[in-house]
Design a protein around this ligand. Structure first.
Ligand code: ADP
Ligand code: MG
Length: 391
């Protein structure tokens, strides 16, 4: 994990004083239940050992000052003029500031320096980690008392309104509510949740980063969302009580969507099947049947690739490779798609060998390096350092 001392030094070099607080917010994995959060089903995420660190302190100029260590870029704006920017990384923080302002939080000028080791654009949700870290940093510095779930929703809205990605609630939720060695079974409709022990006996959770992110990922994401909404609208004509794909089964799709549009039908069918897969996967996990869980992950990938069509040749290659190894129990693309990581369950004794072999094959066929991460499941967002005196 990153050292909080480093970001403290960066902050001090930049602003001439120590930060008042340092906040850590992690990225996340999702075991199964992909593209389900915005369809109000269940998902199964966990926070990981990669995170964003935000250092924050006050200034007395009524200004927002931001510094990204990663890009070595700064951004400054008056609190009166917070608005979406052409500096894209700044939007993830400014969007959160705007959410605090919309709730009349008593903000005054502040400085932020931040850094992270969540690989960017890799499906581990560095964006949500950055939003959540910003939200908790503002809450702590200005002593507001929003509930954790409200911070999650503020972070999500920041992504909608400033980054223009119509994301569901899962990523921000996992970044805030994560718990060491547990996955979280989240009902994305009621927002009720349950911690599920997730310490896999003899198995590593391995992420294989394809190191590619195709540019259509955010437009395609919004397009998939719209296709799901279209499917719901057609089903609703016959079944007015239906609110989302959560309420829809295959026979309803066959009746109401199939005759209208084959593409929308396939998108919706993936979601309806994935809802069911998740429930079965949770049962496998509870029984400790990782082989059956892994089979569900492969099935999810198949649906994401062929029906939902959010995979790409690099991710498909990685999953095809995985299938050749009996020591890999399951593998699938993770996150929005069009690049990023696959998540793999690999028997520990084989992890190193398999990573090296798949890495070689990837280099040969795809032409560039694969980056592997053996992931630990960690706690969610927290204040890690406090230098400001609390009375
Ligand atoms: P993902 O959430 O899958 O990692 P996104 O495209 O949603 O990918 O979000 C990535 C964006 O978040 C980056 O392009 C950048 O603007 C911002 N970001 C994430 N991590 C950092 C970081 N360490 N430093 C600066 N900006 C970051
Ligand atoms: Mg993101």
């Amino acid at each position: 994990m990153m050292d909080q001392k480093d970001i403290s030094v960066v902050f001090e070099n930049r602003y001439g004083v120590e930060p008042s607080y340092i906040v850590r917010s992690p990225g996340r994995i999702n075991i199964i239940g992909e593209h389900i959060d915005y369809n109000e089903g269940f998902v199964l995420p966990a926070a990981i050992d990669k995170s964003i660190l935000v250092a924050i302190g006050r200034n007395d100029e009524y200004k927002v000052r931001l510094y990204s260590k990663e890009f070595d870029e700064s951004y400054e704006v008056s609190l009166d003029d917070v608005a979406p920017s052409t500096v894209s990384w700044a939007n993830y923080l400014l969007g959160v500031v705007a959410q605090f302002q919309a709730r009349q939080a008593p903000l005054s000028g502040f400085n932020i320096a931040f850094d992270g080791d969540v690989p960017i654009g890799s499906g581990l949700s560095s964006s949500a980690a950055l939003e959540c870290a910003t939200a908790l940093a503002l809450q702590t510095l200005f002593d507001t008392s929003f509930e954790k779930m409200e911070l999650v929703q503020m972070a999500q809205k920041a992504e909608h309104s400033y980054a223009k990605v119509m994301c569901g609630i899962m990523d921000q939720f996992a970044s805030v509510f994560g718990k060491k060695d547990h996955a979280i079974r989240l009902d994305c409709r009621s927002l009720s949740y349950e911690y599920v022990p997730f310490q896999l006996e003899g198995v590593d959770i391995v992420l294989l980063n394809s190191n590619v992110k195709h540019s259509l990922s955010s437009s395609a994401y919004n397009e998939r969302r719209a296709q799901c909404e279209q499917g719901v609208a057609w089903v609703k004509e016959a079944y007015p009580a239906v609110q989302s794909l959560r309420d829809v089964d295959l026979s309803m799709l066959d009746e109401c969507v199939k005759p209208k549009d084959g593409l929308v039908y396939r998108r919706c069918r993936y979601v309806v099947e994935e809802k069911e897969r998740l429930l079965q996967a949770c049962e496998h996990l509870e029984k400790g049947d990782l082989v059956a869980l892994g089979q569900k992950m492969y099935a999810t990938h198949d649906g994401l690739s062929k029906e939902y069509e959010v995979s790409c040749k690099e991710l498909d290659f990685l999953v095809e490779q995985a299938k050749q190894y009996p020591d890999i129990l399951g593998s699938r693309m993770m996150g929005g798609g069009f690049g990023g990581c696959t998540i793999n369950l690999i028997r520990k004794e084989a992890t190193e060998r398999i990573i090296s072999e798949i890495g070689k094959a990837y280099k040969e066929v795809i032409g560039w390096e694969l980056t592997p991460y053996i992931t630990q499941v960690e706690d969610g967002s927290s204040v890690v350092t406090q230098t400001e005196r609390v009375n």
